[in-house]
Write a protein that binds this ligand. Sequence first.
Ligand SMILES: Cc1ncc(COP(=O)(O)O)c(C=O)c1O
Length: 394
Amino acid sequence: MHSYQEEFHPPERLLLGPGPSNVNPRVLKAMGAPLLGHLDPAFLRVMDDVKEMLRLVFQTGNIITFPVSGTGSAGIETAMVNVLEAGDTAVVGVNGYFGDRMAQIAERCGATVHRVETEWGYPLDPAAVRAELAKHPKVKAVGMIHAETSTGVLSPVAEIAEIVHAHDALLIVDAVTSLGGIEVAVDEWGVDICYSGTQKCLGCPPGLAPVTMSPRAEEVLTTRKTPVQSWYLDLSLLRSYWSNTRAYHHTAPISMIYGLREGLRVVLEEGLEARYQRHARNAAGLRAGLEALGLRLFAQEDARLNTLTSVRIPEGVSDTNVRGTLLKEHGIEIGGGLGPVAGKAWRIGLMGENSKPAAVLTLLSALEKILPQEGYEVAQGQGVGAAEQKLGEP
Ligand SMILES: Cc1ncc(COP(=O)(O)O)c(C=O)c1O
């Protein structure tokens, strides 16, 4: 008997890592609906709904607002490849793993990339962006990560946008770990290209990267000298499919788009403000619980994400033992550190469906059992108690 001869039944997991996160059953149900052709009028209505709801969630009136086929990294590629041409100059804020990925992708577009390096655990400093821009006369685009998932740090978009526009450059913002969980106000802040991923605070499986592009960035796209290097991610071609022209580009991932439609309905039924507040409340509960266990948070205090909490692994405690036991004995996934913080920090996501008191308390209670097995003594009930108290505050 081969394993493939049996149906696959995934074990039950509480996904509290950096993503994917657990999905609302309504989304999974929507994804199981019968297929339509990608040019069927009934499917075109689904696409219109998705565009309309994405504009509400991104808080934008941008015409170019739709999901591209691919995960969050396809969002980075889309943003970069559509505005950058060989010989252009770009500035990228690098305060973690995903800032570095963004810089690498910009370099692959043939741009000269100047990195504003910031110590991991700290937000991107607007003054450092201003200083870097002052050094280079013709910067076409500045890229930054709103919510850096490798460190759990939030960076100030609106302040940086002002500086970027004073230099007549475009601002590209990665909102993969913020959209749907932390406010992203594209028009008010002056973001030119913003992208996200479906598998985090939007409560869907991985597979789509919602993207939005301002008229200013669209102008740069339409007046560029060379064709966009990636045919698949060329927004000038994709917009024909997503606009009234409905020109075939590639076969849309129909079921994923059904799922996103339902995920966005869930987000908007809750309401954006209520959703941000829920993420803030549960993250505060988690932080209180972790600190009551004597654990030290990794991100700078006033820049901590409500969607992802990074915590230092105490001296002598094995990263892999703790994460392995959490998974095997408690069915809970949390993330390890990336790059320079590998083995030194855990990353705990409370995103979308999983931003809830029960997830916070279940994890803390499991940690209270596991940490002493690693020689790190904790007073039983202390983490759970502190979290309960915080969660109970008005
Ligand atoms: C901030 C950020 N940007 C980009 C990505 C890349 O997304 P994906 O892994 O879906 O390609 C991630 C993934 O975790 C992320 O956290």
